[in-house]
Ligand binder design. Structure first.
Ligand SMILES: Cc1cc2nc3c(=O)[nH]c(=O)nc-3n(C[C@H](O)[C@H](O)[C@H](O)COP(=O)(O)OP(=O)(O)OC[C@H]3O[C@@H](n4cnc5c(N)ncnc54)[C@H](O)[C@@H]3O)c2cc1C
Length: 314
């Protein structure tokens, strides 16, 4: 039976949905070990037990750059755990960390995975979700980055004891970057864009006002996204950009409002399970991939939809 190592840069008291999906997948492959590049509370460690995790390797962040620290933690964990497969999140930071360590340990890496079988066959999206492919590594430890919303979170009922072990890492003699201060990022109450079950995204058609997009997202408990035209115009933060040069999302429901559906934009959302498009132009390319289309003015459609959803929820 292969053994799986799950790597997290940090683990909050309540593991995020994407983290629980990684743990569920690891448990389906073999008894997982978890490595975390920051401190982990006892309560969090106990939650891992419900995913069959027996061993937790922890290395709290030091004053080196967080990238350097994460690299040394993952490298040390891979060497110590003798894992056959290493599962990490699919965001840019984790992909870079996984790829660099895969090279260092002469392993293999497969990104954008949506599943890994017990015999380590990886199912992944190709060409922005237009195709799905199965891939198998031919040598070394296999590193896999898993797309959020690909696996159903399913903790196991039989919980075991988790042993917490401090991981000894090698600090680079010549630190290239040193952290001299940190500032908390402003966070919203909305779910993380890449992990949300519902995403409502606005484009140039919102004409500078994301109010209606935000109200519909809040009525649905969803996240707010945007096209590059909207982020470039400064109407919303660049973190919200979905597409080839932004983030990739794959929610249960994606609502596109005032977005034409350029190929670079579709690359970031076309694996969504259900796509609802609102556009005043009946010929907008977004309708080619939409499951439901509404030809109309988003300034009228979005508030009506939000109001009806709130009425039904009341
Ligand atoms: C290398 C490269 C990378 C790129 N990466 C990305 C990326 O990551 N993400 C991304 O989004 N783009 C990306 N782009 C840009 C992309 O090609 C498009 O230019 C961009 O997606 C257009 O954004 P948009 O659909 O909001 O604007 P537009 O194409 O201008 O479309 C606006 C749409 O809103 C509709 N509309 C206007 N008013 C209303 C209204 N009141 N009600 C309803 N509908 C209305 C219009 O009919 C139109 O279809 C990239 C481009 C390049 C070259």
């Amino acid at each position: 039976m292969p053994s799986a190592l799950v790597f997290f840069t940090e683990l909050a008291d309540a593991p995020s949905k994407a983290q629980r999906e990684l743990l569920t997948l690891a448990a389906s492959i073999g008894e997982p070990t978890v490595a975390v590049a920051s401190e982990v509370s006892q309560a969090t460690a106990e939650q891992l037990a419900s995913y069959g995790v027996a061993k937790l390797l922890v290395a709290p962040a030091n004053h080196a750059s967080f990238l350097e620290h994460s690299l040394s933690v993952l490298e040390a964990a891979v060497k110590q755990s003798t894992a056959d497969v290493v599962l990490v999140a699919n965001d840019n930071f984790n992909r870079e960390v996984a790829a660099r360590i895969a090279v260092r340990v002469e392993g293999s890496i497969i990104t954008d995975a949506i599943n890994v079988s017990a015999d380590l066959v990886v199912t992944k999206d190709e060409l922005a979700g237009s195709y799905s492919a199965q891939a198998q590594a031919t040598g070394g430890v296999l590193f896999v980055t898993l797309k959020p919303n690909s696996i159903e979170d399913a903790p196991q009922s039989a919980a075991a004891e988790v042993s917490i072990n401090e991981l000894a890492t090698e600090t680079s003699a010549a630190e290239k970057v040193r952290i001299v201060g940190t500032e908390e990022k402003v966070v919203s109450d909305r779910p993380k864009l890449t992990e949300a079950r519902v995403v409502v995204a606005g484009g140039r058609g919102v004409n500078g006002d994301f109010g209606a997009v935000e109200q519909l997202a809040d009525a649905l408990g969803g996240a707010v996204g945007a096209s590059r035209a909207a982020t470039d115009a400064g109407w919303i933060s660049h973190d919200a950009q979905i597409g080839q040069t932004g983030v990739t999302v794959s929610p249960q429901v994606f609502i596109s409002a005032g977005i034409s559906g350029a190929i670079q934009q579709k690359a970031g959302m076309q694996t969504s399970k259900c796509i609802i498009a609102i556009n005043k132009d009946v010929d907008a390319p977004v309708f080619e991939i939409a499951d439901f289309g509404i030809v109309g003015d988003l300034a009228k459609v979005l508030p009506q939809a939000a109001e009806e959803i709130r009425r039904r929820q009341a």
